[in-house]
Design a protein around this ligand. Structure first.
Ligand code: APR
Length: 245
């Protein structure tokens, strides 16, 4: 594996536009469970609670799950070595951008500057009635659901629910980056969710080398991966960073 990682480091050093596409797996070592797999959240919770129509009709019930799934877990999570290594790669100019499906803000907290959040971010809450935005930290929603100060509406976390569109800016930037990339690192994603999984597929189509970092095989591995670094993101990226600089 070390030789493979050294070969990847050489490819990245000679590349013009390396990007990273990340999924829930990169945050597992920060203590945030993935959605799929044996410890996956979808094995414990019904994804319906994150359907936008369910939220509009049952905001209080939806919030009881949202709080448990996203806020009880996320409160004291910190970036792990994988997040820090990607931030270091960006700082040294070898990584141009991150497209993430994650809503945990850990890339930004690790110091990454160019992060396109394909599914939004859990740190902001929004009023569906008047559009007012709030920081989630303004609320202690352990008991009650957060309400808009303008009109009393129950606020919605500003990440996308099933049935909602991808934030237009993030969508545009993500595919623009995929088309420019000559290397796309695909880290910690099953590749089972559309349209996010089209981002690495677009990179592949426009000539990028796909380097996957995941302890398991995924939908990407069969379809588009050129080099599969079979391992956890934290240790694999640390070894890669040591070969890069
Ligand atoms: N390092 C790298 N990869 C890991 C690690 C780790 N330490 N632990 C688990 N993984 C991998 C798993 O093998 C799996 O392939 O991370 C992946 C997690 O899969 P999912 O939970 O399905 O995550 P993701 O692909 O990002 O899900 C996409 O689904 O429900 C929606 O909006 C949600 O953004 C999420 C989307």
């Amino acid at each position: 594996m070390k030789n493979l990682i050294e070969a990847v480091a050489k490819l990245i050093k000679n590349s013009n536009h390396t990007i990273a596409f990340t999924g829930a797996g990169i945050s597992v070592e920060s203590g945030i469970p993935p959605f799929r797999g044996e410890t996956g959240l979808w094995g414990k919770y019904n994804p319906e609670v994150l359907d936008i129509n369910f939220f509009r009709e049952n905001p209080e019930e939806s919030w009881s799950f949202i709080r448990e799934i996203f806020y009880d877990f996320f409160t004291d999570t910190k970036p792990n070595p994988a997040h820090y290594m990607l931030a270091e790669m960006e700082k040294r100019g070898v990584l141009k951008s991150i497209i993430t499906q994650n809503i945990d803000n850990l890339h930004q907290e690790a110091g990454s500057k160019t992060v396109h959040e394909f599914h939004g971010n859990s740190k902001t809450l929004i009023c569906l009635k008047c559009g007012e935005q709030y920081s989630a930290s303004e609320f202690d929603f352990k008991t009650i659901s957060p309400k808009c100060k303008n009109d009393g509406e129950i606020l919605k976390p500003d990440f996308i629910f099933f049935g909602e569109g991808i934030p237009p800016e993030a969508y545009k930037n993500s595919f623009a980056e995929a088309e420019k990339a000559d290397i796309c690192l695909v880290i910690g994603s099953t590749g089972e969710v559309m349209p996010a999984s089209l981002v690495p597929q677009t990179a592949k189509k426009t000539g990028a080398i796909i380097i996957e970092i995941n302890p398991e095989k995924t939908a990407f591995t069969q379809q588009i991966t050129d080099i599969h670094l079979k391992g956890k993101a934290g240790e694999t990226l640390t070894v890669l960073g040591n070969s890069l600089f």
